[in-house]
Design a protein around this ligand. Sequence first.
Ligand SMILES: [Zn+2]
Length: 239
Amino acid sequence: MKTTAHAKYLFQLSRLAFVNCYLVREDDGFTLVDTGLSGSARQILNAAQALGAPIVRIALTHAHVDHVGSLDALHQRLPEAEVLISPRDARFLTGDHNLDAGEPQVRLRGGYPICTTKPTRTFVPGDHVGSLEVIASPGHTPGHVAFLDVRDQTLIVGDAFQTRGGIAVSGVLQPLFPFPAMSTWHKGLALRSAEALRALEPARLAAGHGPVLDAPLAAMDLAIAVAKQRFQEPDAHAA
Ligand SMILES: [Zn+2]
């Protein structure tokens, strides 16, 4: 697992060069954003130890397998750490794959594994997890969220954008790395979320797949323009 530092507070942990999770430095230790694929726990713990602080909370952008894969193993090793996720995606962790009546009745995509770890707290948009503000960004999954570090405007977007294989909004297929698009639930919502995230004017963009981008606004604009063009099909407009 490769660790790279970005600005003052962010460390990207990258496994196999394409699945990321993030350590965010706080006064009381690290917030871990996402947990990677299964089998990543030891390397994540080693990375935090090498950086000299404990992981005190685990915050999840969404419940896909490459983001919650090491949750149970980490919870076992860090039983005191808080575990936080949106209430909507928390249901997937229990194996509940039902859509709500008010949601677009579009097939869920991607792997949603059952986890035995129970969240210690769920959050709603506007809540804070340490210095991270919770930002609603549904579309990739129904309860997907992003996290804005209010200290330096770093935006951790989960799979709302990808930067691997070129920047793209969730749902736009990048031939060099098609997996986030293939596991996107609702493209219309994903596009709306991408626009909302762009409107926050982040100083850097930290995605679940691909490198961290500094000064990402022009790249985000381009990705949104491409998504608007690609999502012309009627079902994307329906919502
Ligand atoms: Zn995903």
